[in-house]
Design a protein around this ligand. Structure first.
Ligand code: FMN
Length: 363
């Protein structure tokens, strides 16, 4: 596989581990992927809850202290490239971005909304690369035009996340099964849109494909369509190094294909998750938040939300599925055992090699 170059950063293998909140990708998983030559990503979502003890009365402050701690731990454990995922929808987006830049993380990945003001946080001496996560060529155009005209900056790379991904999805529910929105349809459109800006301004902007990529063969398929790299989430959940509880990983191992479902998230976007008793109670209308403890998401309408999403995802991270649920990509049911990140990446590379080998004609 070719090196993935994001500006002056060179990932020996073009595999990014997608940021996964709440608590699913922290320094443990991110450093393991970085040490294999890929890009490891810490999720900034919900750190205010995970690190509550650092500042019990202030969710934002606790989250930022927690993020610093996770970046420091990842740097201690890894020699490679470390990123942070900060969703635009988070109320403390600006603070988390500022912390990531001040801590000199290599890359910020940002989606769940258009990160239109992301470059405004860079300082003259900042080293952090900025990578938006998008769902369409139109979103790429809007971001590139806005960043160029307001900040004289273009994305250092772009992640296109297709409708098979886990977590929140940047599509309407009816688009999720519409073939016009398949990753393989959207990828050439995004590559073409990006190449217009590359040509106009002479900057390389690699396109990274995400959503439903599970094997080396999948990687080969999207690279052939113009991707310079891939971002995988689900595949890395069932690893020893993944930061979630064993019970969280076990829900992936036990899941059948029909257990993967689309939910309506209080954030206002559809999401993909594994069916569990909590989601059944939500459907039956039994869950009601009494208070909004953290005001953590800009678009969450507490008066209409059936539950507090950050608390539900935090409960799932700890393995409590009576009061939470696991986000998961459409391939989550395919995992049969927990393995190391090293073994996972070796399998991916072998699959890619098999798919890339020239076909031998029968004698
Ligand atoms: C458990 C879980 C949590 C996720 N959390 C986030 C998140 O906090 N922010 C984000 O931008 N994407 C999130 N994602 C999306 C992943 O970063 C990744 O892009 C996506 O899952 C890729 O699709 P795949 O899971 O099929 O490989 C999450 C995905 C999963 C499975």
């Amino acid at each position: 596989m070719k090196t993935l170059n994001i500006g002056d950063l060179k990932a020996r293998i073009p595999i990014i581990q997608g940021g996964m909140g709440v608590g699913i990708s922290l320094s443990g998983l991110a450093s393991a992927v970085a040490n294999e030559g890929g890009i490891g990503v810490i999720s900034a979502a919900g750190l205010g809850l995970l690190y509550k003890k650092l500042c019990p009365d202030n969710y934002t402050k606790a989250g930022n202290l927690g993020l610093k701690e996770e970046i420091r731990k990842a740097r201690e454990k890894a020699k490679g490239i470390i990123g942070v995922n900060v969703m635009v929808a988070l109320s403390d987006f600006a603070e988390l971005v500022k912390t990531s830049i001040a801590e000199k993380v290599d890359v910020i990945f940002s989606g769940a909304g258009l990160p239109l003001d992301l470059p405004s946080f860079l300082k003259k001496d900042s080293v952090t690369k900025l990578v938006p996560i998008v769902s369409s060529a139109r979103a790429v155009r809007i971001i590139c035009e806005k960043w160029k005209s307001h900040y004289d900056y273009l994305p250092d790379a772009v992640v296109l996340e297709g409708p098979k991904a886990g977590g929140h999805l940047g599509y309407k529910e009816n688009q999720l099964t519409d073939e016009h929105y398949a990753l393989e349809e959207l990828l050439p459109q995004v590559v073409q849109e990006v190449s217009r800006f590359e040509e106009m301004y002479g900057k390389k902007i690699p396109v990274i494909a995400a959503g439903g990529i599970y094997t080396g063969e999948d990687i080969k398929r999207v690279m052939d369509l113009g991707a310079s790299g891939v971002q995988l989430g689900t595949r890395f959940v069932t690893t020893n190094e993944c930061d979630a509880s064993e019970a969280f990983k076990e829900t992936y191992i036990q899941a059948k294909e029909q257990d993967i479902e689309i939910i309506k998230s209080p954030v206002g976007m559809p999401g993909r998750a594994i069916h569990c008793s909590f989601l059944e109670k939500v459907k039956a209308g039994l869950k009601q938040p009494k208070v909004c403890p953290f005001n953590c998401i800009k678009t969450c309408d507490i008066s209409r939300s059936p539950y507090c999403i950050v608390t539900a995802l935090y409960n799932a991270f700890k393995g409590n599925f009576e009061n939470g649920y696991a986000f998961a990509g459409s391939n989550a049911w395919r995992a049969t055992r927990i393995m190391s990140v090293h073994e996972t990446i070796t399998e991916l590379l072998e699959g890619w090699k098999r798919a890339s080998a020239p076909a031998v004609a029968p004698v």
